[in-house]
Design a protein around this ligand. Structure first.
Ligand SMILES: [Zn+2]
Ligand SMILES: [Zn+2]
Length: 126
């Protein structure tokens, strides 16, 4: 059972839906509307816990100011626009066969994968 405050944070990330990436301060603002006494530290701790439990995914996108959070869902990559900073989901993941080959060649095990593309989003390249 999750503490009530963490449950609320989880719901906020889930409700944002796939393809949305919320920063802790955005989550904090949304959480305060429902539970005004909630502190920012609780939000940070809750996000850490939810991430460790695999209930939300954390993204650390190069060039972005803060980590962002999204519902955990199918593996995907991200794209960050260098001009406007928008982050989009990209339906791409390294094939399992390639990961196995890399792991075997290096003698390590892989349990995390982060792919971020950079460039200009469609609006900024128009
Ligand atoms: Zn852009
Ligand atoms: Zn995403």
């Amino acid at each position: 059972m999750l503490p009530k405050n963490y449950q609320l944070i989880y719901e906020i990330v889930e409700e944002s839906g796939l393809g949305h990436h919320l920063t802790p301060s955005e989550i904090y603002a949304l959480a305060r509307r429902r539970r005004p006494g909630l502190g920012l530290t609780t939000v940070y701790r809750g996000l850490e816990r939810l991430r460790d439990l695999g209930l939300v995914s954390e993204l650390n996108v190069p060039g972005a100011d803060a980590a962002a959070y999204e519902p955990s869902g199918p593996r995907h990559a991200h794209f960050r626009c260098k001009r406007c900073g928008t982050i989009e989901d990209v339906a791409f993941a390294i094939p399992a066969r390639t990961l196995r080959k890399l792991a075997a060649a290096h003698g390590f095990t892989i349990d995390a994968e982060r792919i971020t593309f950079g460039g200009r989003c469609s609006a900024c390249s128009a």
